[in-house]
Design a protein around this ligand. Structure first.
Ligand SMILES: [Zn+2]
Length: 173
């Protein structure tokens, strides 16, 4: 018989879903592997100090990752890693673009700059409208209400993040 986990060990209020049972992105503070890295700094994010063998590239926003990755991934060999720093929305967009080009999650290290307040906190997020499938940016907490700018639908930001869409699900309220 598994031992039930007391509610006090789940963190947060009892009405909340334990983070480990959701698809909210988590960012383990792992050290960098010794492999050479393609370091992608998005926007104003400060990249980590480059090491010998690293390549540093800067892009304005996550949407610029497609062009960059098309150029860079073709020249990378097995063993390279990709380190991305920027806002959560930006690093997730870069990850989505990298996965779409055949990179593996284990080859990616994400260093978002705006997640210190926790996975559910209020911050700019990319939301995927569950009604009309438009993606848009909104400043929202998980469980918070937003309106889809395309269809006007009232949405609740769900405990679900899609790696391929690089967006949180906005569930019609
Ligand atoms: Zn919509």
């Amino acid at each position: 018989m598994p031992t039930p986990v007391p509610p006090s060990h789940r963190g947060g209020r009892s009405s909340q879903v334990p983070v480990e049972q959701t698809t909210l992105p988590r960012y383990p503070a792992a050290g960098r592997s010794p492999a050479p890295h393609l370091v992608i700094a998005v926007g104003a994010a400060e990249p980590p100090a480059p090491r010998p063998g690293d390549r540093l590239r800067t892009i304005r926003c996550g949407a610029d990752a497609d062009e960059l990755l098309d150029a860079e991934l073709a020249t990378m060999v097995t063993g390279w890693r990709i380190l991305v720093t920027g806002t959560e929305s930006d690093v997730q967009q870069v990850r989505s673009a990298a996965l779409a080009r055949g990179a593996l999650d284990s080859e990616l290290e994400l260093r978002p700059t705006d997640v210190d307040a926790g996975p559910e906190a209020l911050r700019p997020r990319t939301v995927h409208c569950g009604h009309c499938h438009t993606r848009f940016s909104a400043t929202a907490a998980i469980g918070g209400a937003v309106h889809c700018p395309a269809c006007g639908c009232a949405l609740v930001v769900a405990h679900h993040h899609s790696r391929t869409h690089a967006a949180f699900l906005g569930s019609p309220a």
